[in-house]
Design a protein around this ligand. Structure first.
Ligand code: UDP
Length: 420
């Protein structure tokens, strides 16, 4: 009996747990390696911290390497990240050379020798050039919205991606036609047993949020996100101020940065300036996982007003806590929010304000939406489904048939539909 599987009994769908057990039997002793650009901050690190103990517990030795670099290296990778998600920036030849040289130094200290190696996101993607003899066991895992990249930056990255055995995307929209290697869809996930998502007692929630000065008797709107312009924190404040003309309510904007994101402090300063002197706006820096959990559970409505988004794990976390979510119609958010059923998709601060007002006026509708959102997450976005998909991916990569196109991810048997 696998202890890890049993912990998720009665939380995750039973069918998925049986599939994990069967697949793990076929993979015992095989090795898995992840490579990413940060161990803290952002969705990739969030998932890997929870995923690695899972695969290890299934008898698959799993390691996680992180590339390192100076501040100027991460400034270039952040520009690359922004440009690939559509921001109007280019990268100079000099910066490209510096970036490639730094990555070469990383390559000389790394040993990518597991049966399957998953390289996450663009930052470490060019490592493939240093491990071409291992390319058949290397998979590129994309966590960002590649649907509208700046062409010069995409032309720089694309040849590297096309050397991998396969590329994995969150949603079909990101799986570009000009990627010629087999493409696989696997959506991200949250861990319902993590400190960030476990159940909390009401008293615990109250203690934590009152500690921030938040009044639990008045409605609370929450957005939790890295301090990043694509998450549109200023748009959130604009929407909130429009709502507050009609409703006595509060806003908590909690966020932090990641070690591979040098823009965080500047964005935080902008937010603090715009929010300054407003007693109903709480700007909270670097909350702990437990504080994130309590804020999400204390919220009446959760926002994720991104203008660009990879997937938006904060949306998944919010839906799991039974909250209605108002999200920007960007990236992976529309793959999660079923408009009008589990929340609303919006395209502007005005749209967000309109939907917030609607939900504050009809709290019973928010509660019903939250309930549907939780079931949607249970069947589609829990870590158990993600583990199952990674095991299938490993089997496929090791089958030496990785040239053949496949599909991996699918719901665990149930979808929430409109008017269901
Ligand atoms: N997060 C956090 N503290 C913060 C901001 C974000 O713990 O101050 C977490 C958030 O709860 C989520 C992850 O970081 O689990 C962000 O993932 P998402 O996919 O929403 O966005 P990304 O940062 O990867 O663009």
């Amino acid at each position: 009996m696998c202890v890890m599987i049993e912990k998720y009994r009665n939380i995750a769908p039973d069918g998925i747990l049986s599939e994990i057990r069967a697949l793990a039997g076929a993979l015992e002793g095989r090795t898995l390696q992840h490579v990413s650009s940060t161990r803290s901050g952002g969705g990739v690190a969030e998932i890997l911290h929870r995923m690695i103990p899972w695969t290890v517990s299934l008898g698959i030795p799993t390691t996680w390497d992180v590339i390192d670099g100076r501040q100027d290296f991460f400034e270039v990778t952040k520009s690359m990240h922004n440009a690939l998600q559509g921001a109007d920036v280019d990268i100079s030849c000099c910066d490209k050379e510096m970036y490639l040289a730094h990555l070469g130094q990383n390559a000389s200290r790394l040993n990518l020798d597991a049966d399957v190696v998953i390289v996450h996101d663009p930052q470490p993607a060019f490592l493939i050039d240093h491990f071409l003899s291992r390319r058949k066991s290397m998979v590129w895992r994309c966590h960002i919205d590649l649907s509208r990249p700046m062409p010069p930056v995409w032309r720089f990255l694309r040849p590297a991606i096309n050397k991998y055995a396969m590329a994995v995307f969150h949603i079909p929209h990101f799986a570009r036609k000009d990627i010629t290697v087999p493409k696989v869809l696997i959506s991200p996930s949250i861990d319902p047993l993590s400190e960030k998502n476990r159940e909390l007692h009401e008293e615990e929630i109250t203690d934590i949020v009152e500690g921030f000065g938040i009044d639990r008797k008045r409605p609370l709107i929450v957005q939790i996100s890295r301090f990043d312009r694509f998450k549109d924190p200023i748009g959130v404040i604009t929407a909130f101020r429009q709502v507050r003309r009609h409703f006595d309510c509060q806003l908590a904007l909690a966020g932090g940065s990641a070690t591979d994101d040098p823009e965080g402090p500047a964005v935080q300063a902008e937010i603090e300036e715009v929010a300054a002197g407003d007693p109903d706006i709480f700007v909270l820096f670097q909350p702990t996982d437990l504080q994130v959990n309590a804020l999400q559970r204390a919220a009446d409505i959760i926002l994720q007003k991104s203008t660009r988004e990879g997937f938006g794990l904060t949306v998944t976390e919010a839906m799991w806590k039974g909250k209605p979510v108002i999200g920007g119609a960007a990236g992976g958010i529309p793959a999660q929010i079923i408009h009008g059923e589990t929340g609303f998709l919006v395209n502007s601060p005005e749209g967000a304000a309109y939907r917030i007002r609607y939900l504050l006026s009809h709290p019973h509708i928010g509660v019903a939406m939250g309930g549907k959102g939780r079931e949607h997450v249970r069947y589609n976005f829990l870590i158990t489904r993600h583990v199952r998909d990674y095991l299938l991916l490993m089997l496929h990569v090791m089958s030496n048939e990785s040239e053949k196109p496949i599909f991996v991810s699918g719901p665990a048997g149930k979808r929430i539909r409109r008017n269901s």
